[in-house]
Design a protein around this ligand. Structure first.
Ligand SMILES: [Zn+2]
Length: 219
């Protein structure tokens, strides 16, 4: 077939066969028939391991699948900014493997501001939640956490200033008695997760964990 566009084929396959989440080609090199993770063996071996221990104030346990380095970084940028929504399945595959949280905890996406969601056309944390729920059977709570306002980029700021910027950025409701697993794409200082946890606890949430695709040690 002339002009066969493999990238477009992958996108279309993702749209019309949502139940078949297994990618048809390796998400990095495009070679056919990748493993269940969505990468071929050689590319999977290149993915950067996350630091063994990550923590954030107010979070009862943090897990991250990868360090925010190449080629994981490229995949995150494609996922977030190139509308390659199907990559949620790839990240969720690795994130689900780290899920050792209490059985009753539900998945809660770190909310994007509506303006950003509109610009992007979807919420990357929401997509990750949906995929994680499919893989782990966990419940989701999409509406218990809201973002009240957009926050300026936090790059380069120390934790205390980030925390100051984020004050009141999130509010929660209906979290009474829930244990939550906050789902995010990249954890940097942990200030966003800390502020989300604070909002959840203010309305009665119990334990709050975090499950992230990538962990960036520095900006
Ligand atoms: Zn590959």
């Amino acid at each position: 077939m002339a002009g066969f566009d493999r990238a477009m084929f992958k996108k279309i396959a993702g749209v019309f066969a949502p139940e078949r989440k297994r990618l048809l080609c390796c998400a990095l090199c495009g070679s056919p028939d990748p493993a269940d993770c969505g990468l071929c063996e050689a590319c999977a071996a290149m993915m950067p391991e996350a630091p063994a221990k990550r923590s954030a104030p107010g979070i009862d346990g943090v897990r991250a699948a990868f360090a925010y380095e190449e080629p994981a970084r490229t995949l995150i940028l494609r996922f977030k900014f190139k509308n390659e929504r199907y990559l949620a399945a790839l990240f969720a595959y690795y994130m689900a493997a780290l899920d050792d949280f209490p059985k009753e905890a539900v998945l809660v996406p770190v909310p994007l501001h509506e303006k950003r969601k509109k610009l992007r056309g979807f919420s990357q944390t929401g997509e990750l939640c949906r995929e994680l729920s499919r893989l782990t059977g966990r419940g989701t709570a999409f509406n218990i956490l809201q973002r009240n306002r957009d926050t300026p980029p936090q790059t380069g700021l120390p934790f205390s200033e980030r925390q100051e910027n984020l004050k009141g950025a999130f509010s929660a409701g209906g979290a009474e008695g829930l244990s939550a697993i906050l789902v995010d794409d990249v954890i940097t200082s942990g200030a966003t997760l800390a502020e989300c946890a604070r909002a959840l606890r203010e309305t009665g949430a119990g334990q709050v964990f975090a499950l992230c695709a990538c962990s960036a040690e520095k900006d």
